[in-house]
Design a binder for this molecule. Sequence first.
Ligand code: GLC
Length: 495
Amino acid sequence: MPTSPQTPFNILYFSAEIVPYARTGGLAQVAGSLPRALRQLGDDIRVILPRYGHIDPQALGFRRIIDTFAVPFENETETAGLWQAPDADLPIYFIEHERLFGSRQGIYSYPDDAERFIFYCRASLEAMRHLQWQPHILHTNEWQTAIIANWLRSIYADDPLYRETAVVYTIHNLSYQGIFGHRVLEVAGLASQGFIAHPDVSPSLNQVVSLMGRGIIFADIITTVSPTYAREILTPDFGEGLDPILRDRQHRLFGILNGIDTALYDPATDTTIPATYDADDLAARSQCKSMLQAEMGLKVAAEVPVISLSSRLHEHKGYDILMPVLEPLLQHIDAQWVIMGVGDQRYHDHLNYLHERYPRRLALRLTYADDLRRRIISGSDIFLMPSRHEPCGLDQLIAMRYGAVPVVHATGGLADTVLDHNPPATGSGFSFRPYDSMALFAAVVRAVTLYRQPAIWHQIQQSAMRQDVSWTQPAQQYHQLYRRAYSLKNTGRPA
Ligand code: GLC
């Protein structure tokens, strides 16, 4: 295998989700676009995931590329198959297993999720033998694929196919760690290794298996999705109990911002919005706004700012600090609100109550749909994203590209991507801290006040729209980190 940084690498990208085939969150968008950007830099990167029951291989034109192959699993041997999607510019493989995946419609939340994802990981590694394709890098994501780093340092350590292969492990959100009991080790063939105790980790976490913890301990390189989040997770406030392990592995931890697919999310060509526009000519944007106001049953009025939110209705997305001030904001600020999302019942109830009281000021869509999200973003003036924690966040990037000025809590990727408007320098949005209702209230007032100064507002909008939110730079960084990981694994030194 090559060691020169110029040589193309073979990279297998493990993700439980990818657009358009399987999606619940940001990971699906990243998996659908980062590998494509990396292929443009010359590496042969391929994606692999399970064939969930809702994915119909015949209808989607999948090709069966391995009929059946053997997979060691729980001291026995199971049989899997391999499909490939018809995508021309990115090989996407799907592991076939009827009982664990094919017979289930959903992606997660089955009682045997640990078994399911461990099987998918093991089958993926075995499938490459049959394709005779040797990866330099296994790029693993989230708890579902974290066991792979552990295996490459144990049962696969001397395997000729994987001896030199390095593992990159990406944390998208530390709050979902994949915590299971001892049995998961038996399933993974690692029972003899037992629990891994760390002196500074709380006893309760030392007596369970945190799959994410293992990914962090055994990967050659660990990444997360923004530089600020990479620093935050080293502290007890953000570390979810794993901060002592992360501090030990700090020298291997890197924060790389996500990008978005700028061809897919482009207000100049987007056919799902009422009118197209770009940073040089924003005139048509007013049509998007009036259409949105009409669609939402709000008064069609150019001068009234439209403030939108589109996220899960969860406490950690900032609903806990928004709710106490939403009614005062509706009463005292001349603005219209559009809120889309699904989540906790208490927020549904509270929002419904407010909508009944202020039907001309607050429109609700308690649902999630990508087209609707684009219409909302292209038609609103201000996009609010007050997340308590946000590893990266993608919606603020889409909002910026579409000229909806973001108002964000300065945390994680929100802090790294939204440049607070701080005259005389023009920002690309507004950010606030600390994380509380008053700071949020003040930031919204600040944004609405500047909205009433069209010349300045226009500049803020343009600087948001012109910010580079593409994958170009992040892909370069991953490209280099792959070389570093490979070199660390094989020479003990960074490339
Ligand atoms: C997770 C994070 C989000 C990030 C996304 C993609 O959903 O919570 O901040 O943007 O992963 O990395």
